[in-house]
Design a protein around this ligand. Structure first.
Ligand SMILES: [Zn+2]
Length: 454
């Protein structure tokens, strides 16, 4: 390299740095066409209130809800008008516990298989997810950053993704899917196939936790997921165990808080939940074996509880006689009990599905939401999957990939909207059949489905 070319190369380095970073961390959305869309004569479920609005008009400009009015809004030239005919306009649905990379691949494929296959399968599923009316998902574990970039840059249709990246687990914890033949691990040694794929990372000290958390943050994780206790699907973690020490959990919380975001943990038992709260964790996933004392503590501390009305089919999916089935049989009765505690102590409760390795169950995503009517009114259930889930997403602060308000129909909010043929507050089962009942699916001001009859 001669002096001149070296000078040019050095001068270009900062530019190259910026360029590479923006490729890897591509965030946000492609520019939305300046076209405006006007919904006329719609009754609005706003993501919070328990009744529909009077007939209203809603004007979308760019990716934002610009105006809502009970008086007619005049359609300016160039505005696309959609006649609502009294149908319901509501926020796009949000699933707060989803694993976009772990639906269509089988467990062996997802954990140790081919990354190209997994990404293509997840891409197809992402489009199906959006077509079920789910405009946002919080991804609580999986190598989802590439998929997210592909969706955000418009290569493939899919929901907004709040990524955690790899689940962080202790050796043998929930999320450690290695084989016994892969032991022992040497600290600083070669990563297992599972870790190379980025689905979960093993960490056994505060220092290792910090490292793995920061690696997820570097890839633009919007929140961090650790497993604080045993789980059903992983082979080597009894469900009664606590895994990370308080010091390890605190290391994760510090690293996340320094980055302006939060930690959520998988935890079932009172011991695991209480330790996580002591370490400063802001959200508990599942909590199905909690007791009254723990429920009170969660409420007092204002910690979020991310709950899932796990369907019976999921339990039956574990083979009779397997370790996993025995664990599932122990967890399942706790689902109803935990919903009752969440209600009783007015815990901040998010809703999600936690569908794993089943395209058939993923198709039930809306039906799983509708099943909340065991404990909530339809309006409460729908508010949970829209306005309330969006409040949980807002804990990501400036690490949110999508600046703006989600989960509500109000002026200035991001335009993620569904036009429903009927009133889901009266008949929540409408959301179980999105193909038939969601006539329009809009994300970020763009229409992905329109079957309004002309
Ligand atoms: Zn999960």
């Amino acid at each position: 390299m001669n002096t001149m070319s070296r000078r040019i190369f050095v001068a270009a380095l900062p530019l190259m740095g910026v360029g590479l970073a923006s490729v890897v961390r591509a965030q946000g959305n492609p520019p939305v066409s300046a076209g405006a869309i006007l919904f006329q004569n719609v009754r609005i479920f706003d993501g919070k209130n328990s009744s529909l609005s009077v007939p209203s008009s809603v004007l979308i400009k760019g990716n934002v809800i610009q105006r809502i009015s009970t008086a007619p809004i005049a359609a300016e030239p160039g505005v696309t008008v959609i006649a609502g005919n009294g149908r319901t306009l509501m926020p796009g649905l949000i699933d707060a516990h989803w694993h976009a990379m772990l639906i269509r691949s089988n467990p062996v494929q997802a954990i140790a298989g081919d990354a190209g296959y997994n990404n293509i399968a997840a891409g197809v599923e992402a489009t199906a997810t959006l077509m079920r009316g789910f405009t946002t998902i919080r991804d609580v574990g999986g190598p989802v950053f590439g998929l997210k970039s592909a969706v955000d840059s418009g290569i493939i249709a899919g929901p907004r993704i709040f990524p955690s990246g790899a689940v962080i687990t202790v050796t043998s914890g929930h999320g450690d899917f290695r084989q016994l033949s892969e032991l022992p691990r040497t600290i600083g040694g070669m990563l297992s196939r599972m870790e190379q794929l980025g689905g979960s990372m093993v960490a056994d000290s505060p220092d290792e936790v910090r490292l793995r958390v920061r690696e997820q943050l570097m890839q633009a994780a919007s929140q961090i997921k650790l497993t604080a206790g045993g789980g059903v699907s992983s082979p080597f973690s009894p469900i009664d165990v606590s895994t990370f020490t308080e010091a390890e959990l605190r290391a994760a919380v510090e690293a996340a808080e320094n980055w302006g975001t939060y930690v959520t943990v998988h935890a079932f038992t009172p011991a695991a939940i209480q330790r996580a709260i002591a370490a400063g964790v802001n959200c508990i996933e599942h909590g199905f074996l909690m007791d009254e004392t723990t429920a009170k503590l969660i409420a007092e501390k204002g910690v979020w509880l991310s709950l899932q009305p796990l369907p019976e089919e999921l339990r039956q999916g574990f083979p009779v006689g397997s370790v996993q089935r025995a664990k599932a049989d122990e967890i399942w009765p706790g689902i109803a009990a935990t919903y009752e505690l969440a209600r009783k102590y007015k815990i901040k409760t998010a809703w999600g599905t936690d569908v794993l390795f089943s395209q058939a169950l993923a198709q039930q995503q809306g039906a799983i939401l509708a099943s909340l009517v065991r404990w909530y009114s339809p309006a409460e259930a729908l508010a949970m999957a829209t306005g309330t889930n969006a409040e949980l997403l807002a804990l990501s602060g400036k690490r949110s990939p999508y600046p703006g308000k989600l989960g509500v129909v109000e002026q200035g909010a991001l335009a993620d909207l569904l036009l429903v043929d009927g009133n889901p507050l009266e008949n929540i089962n409408l959301i179980a059949d999105p193909g038939k009942n969601f006539l329009i699916i809009m994300k970020d001001g763009m229409i992905y489905k329109n079957s309004v009859s002309k």
